[in-house]
Design a protein around this ligand. Structure first.
Ligand code: GTR
Length: 419
C-alpha cells in the first residue's frame, strides 16, 4: 500500500487562495481524547509529549537517542578578519561503526572575553561555499550537481563562496554572535538510496535494511546531526552553549523546526522559508502538498507520513503544533513574497495558531492582543513577542534582510539574560 502511494504521481498543485479547501485544525490545547489542556503543567507533562510522539511516529520518524559523548577534533584554528575573530574547523564523529561518518563544523567567533551566543545552521553546498576565504577545506562528499562548481556530484574550487550571500559572517561577528555551520550531506546525502549511506545504516537493527515505517527519514537525521553539532559546541569554552540558535532555510528550515522541537537545549529557533513539512499548514493544500513532497523527496520523512498523501484531514496534528512544541522558547518564522510554493500565508497562520500555547506557558506569544489572521504587510516584521514573523520582498532565499531581523530578535531575547 505504501509503495503504491509513493510511486503514483500526485495531482497537480496550485497557488490559488480560492482553491484552499475548508479545513479544521487540531487544537493544540486539547488532548487526543478531546479534554482540555488547561495548565502549563498539563502541556509540559502530558500534551507536549503526546504531540512530540505523534510527529516522530507519523512524520519525521524516530531518531536514535543522543550518544553519551561526541568525539571532536580540531582540524584548524586561526585568527581571521584582521584579528577580530577566530575561525575553527572541527571534525565531529557522528558514528564510528561500521563506516565512520564525520561532519565538519566551520565555526566563527568574535574575539571577546565572554562566551558568545552562536547561530547553528546546516548549509546546502559545503563549508567552503559559505565563505570566499581560500583556506576553508573543500567538501569532498556527494552533493547535488545543480549548483555551479559541482562536477560529477563533487565540489570543485569554482564553488568556493557560491553561497556566501546566505551567510553574512562579518555582520554576525560585528553584532557579537558566532556562526557554526556544517554541510548537511556530511550527515546524510540528500538523495534516495534506501538509507544505505549517511548515518542511518549504523543504527539499523539486525536484519533491518532500512528504517521501519516510524523510524527516521533524512530530515530527522539532519536534525539529529544538528544536535551533535550542539554537543560539539558545548565543548567550546568560547561558546555560550545555553544561547545557541537553530537556524535553517527551506528543507533545512524544516530541519531547524524539528531539532527545535526535539532538542530543548536550543535557545531560539528560526525557520526561513521552510514551507511544506516545516512551518506551512498541511491542511491548506497550497503550493507544495504532502503528496507532492513525499513524491519528490521520498526519503525526507518517515514511511508513515505517506499515509497522509491527499489525506491531510487525517493527520493527527498540523504544523502549528510543530511550532508549539518549541514553546516557550522564542521562535521566528519567515516567508518571502514570491515564494508561493512554501505558502507564506500557511507559514504565518501556523505561527499565530501556536500563540495560545505560548500564552498558556506565560509568554506574550506573538505579542499584543489576539493576533490577526491577515498576512502582515510585506517587509514589516512582527517581532516584539516571543513568536516572530515576517514576509519580505523577493524570492525563496535567505538574505541580509532576514538575518537583520534574526539578529534583532536574538538581541532582544538573549542580551537581557545573564546565563
Ligand atoms: C524544494 C522543495 C521544498 C524546499 C526546497 C529547498 O524543491 O519542494 O520543500 O525544501 O526544495 O529546500 O530549497
Amino acid at each position: 500500500v505504501l509503495t503504491a502511494a509513493v510511486d503514483a504521481a500526485p495531482p497537480p498543485t496550485h497557488t490559488d487562495e480560492a482553491q484552499v479547501p475548508a479545513y479544521t485544525l487540531p487544537d493544540p490545547l486539547k488532548f487526543a481524547d478531546g479534554s482540555a489542556v488547561s495548565s502549563a503543567k498539563d502541556w509540559t507533562e502530558r500534551r507536549r509529549p503526546q504531540l512530540l510522539e505523534l510527529f516522530a511516529e507519523q512524520m519525521f520518524g524516530k531518531a536514535p537517542p543522543a550518544p553519551k559523548s561526541v568525539k571532536t577534533r580540531t582540524l584548524s584554528e586561526k585568527d581571521v578578519f584582521g584579528g577580530t575573530a577566530i575561525r575553527k574547523e572541527i571534525e565531529v564523529t557522528l558514528v564510528e561503526q561500521p563506516t565512520p561518518v564525520t561532519m565538519t563544523i566551520l565555526l566563527y567567533l568574535p574575539k571577546t572575553d565572554k562566551p558568545v551566543p552562536v547561530f547553528l545552521g546546516l548549509n546546502f553546498r559545503g563549508n567552503h561555499t559559505v565563505t570566499t576565504e581560500p583556506d576553508v577545506a573543500l567538501n569532498t562528499n556527494w552533493m547535488e550537481n545543480k549548483t555551479p562548481g559541482v562536477v560529477d556530484h563533487r565540489a570543485t574550487e569554482e564553488s568556493r563562496g557560491s553561497q556566501a550571500s546566505r551567510w553574512p559572517v562579518e555582520m554576525l561577528l560585528k553584532r557579537g554572535y558566532g556562526l557554526a555551520t556544517a554541510y548537511y550531506g556530511d550527515i546524510d546525502p540528500d538523495f534516495h538510496d534506501g538509507f544505505q549511506n549517511g548515518v542511518h545504516p549504523a543504527f539499523a537493527k539486525s536484519g533491518q535494511s532500512q528504517p521501519a515505517p516510524d523510524e527516521w527519514g533524512s530530515i530527522a537525521a539532519w536534525a539529529w546531526g544538528m544536535s551533535r553539532g550542539l554537543d560539539a559546541l558545548e565543548q567550546e569554552s568560547r561558546v555560550n552553549a545555553k544561547q545557541v540558535i537553530a537556524i535553517g532555510h527551506s528543507r533545512l528550515g524544516k530541519t531547524a523546526l524539528w531539532v527545535g522541537a526535539t532538542d530543548p537545549r536550543f535557545a531560539i529557533v528560526i525557520s526561513n522559508d521552510s514551507g511544506c513539512g516545516g512551518a506551512a499548514l498541511s491542511r491548506r493544500h497550497f503550493g507544495e502538498t504532502v503528496a507532492r513532497i513525499n513524491y519528490s523527496f521520498p526519503h525526507w520523512f518517515c514511511e508513515n507520513f505517506k499515509q497522509f498523501n491527499e489525506n491531510e484531514a487525517a493527520l493527527p496534528f498540523d504544523q502549528h503544533e510543530l511550532i508549539a512544541l518549541i514553546a516557550p522558547r522564542p521562535v521566528y518564522v519567515a516567508s518571502a513574497a514570491e515564494d508561493l510554493w512554501a505558502d507564506p500565508k500557511g507559514e504565518y497562520l501556523s505561527a499565530i495558531y501556536a500563540d495560545p500555547v505560548y500564552r498558556l506557558l506565560g509568554t506574550d506569544g506573538i505579542g499584543g492582543a489576539a493576533p490577526s489572521t491577515e498576512l502582515p504587510p510585506v517587509d514589516h516584521p512582527i517581532s516584539n513577542g516571543t513568536i516572530g514573523y515576517h514576509i519580505r520582498t523577493g524570492k525563496h532565499d535567505i538574505n541580509d534582510f532576514d538575518w537583520e531581523q534574526y539578529l534583532n530578535f536574538a538581541d532582544r531575547h538573549l542580551r537581557a539574560r545573564k546565563n
